[in-house]
Design a protein. Structure first.
Length: 346
């Protein structure tokens, strides 16, 4: 079917070579020329929807240019999705993992398209009533708790990371990532890193952590705003401290309320959604973990996302981003740093 591949492809794809790869992993299934579109919402790894007119798949690959060390590892994403298949954590079915750079210029993997709803916009959130919003919040917490309760040794991920010393390594890692994307001095960045390093809490448990768990990284069932049928975007997954996922979820939930960011809709901007305290309480009940030091994890979440966005701003300034909304990313970083400092001071 390679002869019928379309010449029109979004940046980062070569449809002729991709069609050849698909023919090797789903032999005899291609029903027509392969077409592709960039899926909106990605600000790091690139995500595309593929179709042959009958079937649909999703492809994930690293960004174009300036790929930071240890970031954007397609093999790690593929491995954790494979390990979690059949567990209480819903993940998309996998198709294949390609390590041959000759196909697309970088490793990538393909998974089945999961037909459901992703809540990315404020208009979508505004349509949910208080009961639906509360049910959605509970489901988000429950799935995260299930992830953190997975026996990572049993599913073959015992060497996927090192829980001991995870928080210290995270601070060093994000400090290195910030240095690698440095183009300007942001007031408070160094102070925030220093205060976090001076007050690292003791980890209560080692587990699989998602690394970027939030509302628009899950797919909901078409007929239910509270049933999560797939968790997406595992690029930062590893073994570590579960409360880092909780801090990140709460930061996305209402930590940057009022910022009008182009990345994702914020539940905290909508009156019908419960406050972060409800999510934190439910998580503690489901896992038995003590949330006493959650302010530290909340502040760390601001630091981490500020570093990530500074890296995206760097790529945007170099003309290496694909998609829309990047021109506003850089302006968000100083505000996120300030909110991180405020979280620690609380």
């Amino acid at each position: 079917m390679t002869s019928g591949a379309s010449a029109s492809a979004p940046p980062g794809l070569d449809l002729d070579r991709l069609t050849g790869y698909l023919e090797s992993v789903v032999p005899g299934r291609l029903a027509g020329p392969v077409r592709a579109r960039l899926i909106a919402g990605g600000r790091s790894n690139l995500t595309y929807e593929l179709t042959d007119g009958e079937h649909r798949w999703v492809l994930r690959r690293p960004p174009l240019g300036h790929v930071l060390e240890t970031a954007h590892d397609m093999g790690r994403e593929f491995r954790i999705l494979d390990a979690l298949a059949g567990s209480a954590v819903p993940v998309p079915p996998l198709v294949g993992h390609c390590t041959d750079d000759a196909v697309l210029g970088a490793p990538f993997y393909v998974m089945d398209f999961v037909d459901g709803v992703i809540l990315r916009t404020n208009d979508q959130l505004a349509e949910l009533g208080p009961d639906e919003a509360a049910g959605l919040a509970d489901s988000l917490v429950d799935v995260l708790a299930e992830l953190h309760l997975v026996d990572y040794e049993r599913v073959g991920l015992g060497d996927f990371g090192r829980p001991l010393g995870y928080l210290e390594r995270q601070l060093r890692r994000w400090g290195k990532q910030l240095a690698a994307s440095h183009t300007r001095d942001v007031p408070g960045f160094e102070v925030l890193a220093t205060r976090l390093s001076a007050a690292i809490p003791g980890s209560q448990r080692g587990c699989i952590v998602h690394g970027d768990y939030r509302l628009d990284n899950v797919i909901l069932a078409p007929a239910s705003s509270a049933e999560i049928i797939a968790v997406l975007d595992w690029e930062m997954a590893t073994l570590g401290d579960p409360l880092t996922d909780v801090g990140m979820l709460l930061m996305y939930w209402d930590g940057w309320a009022g910022m009008q960011n182009p990345i994702t809709a914020t539940p905290g901007d909508h009156a019908g959604f419960p406050a972060r305290d409800r999510l934190a309480r439910r998580y503690a009940e489901r896992t038995g973990l003590d949330p006493a030091h959650l302010d530290w994890y909340f502040g760390f979440a601001f630091y981490k996302i500020a570093v990530i966005l500074e890296g995206i701003h760097y790529r945007f300034a170099k003309g290496l981003t694909v998609g829309e909304g990047f021109e506003r990313i850089g302006d968000m970083v100083p505000e996120l740093v300030g909110r991180g400092l405020a979280a620690l001071e609380s």
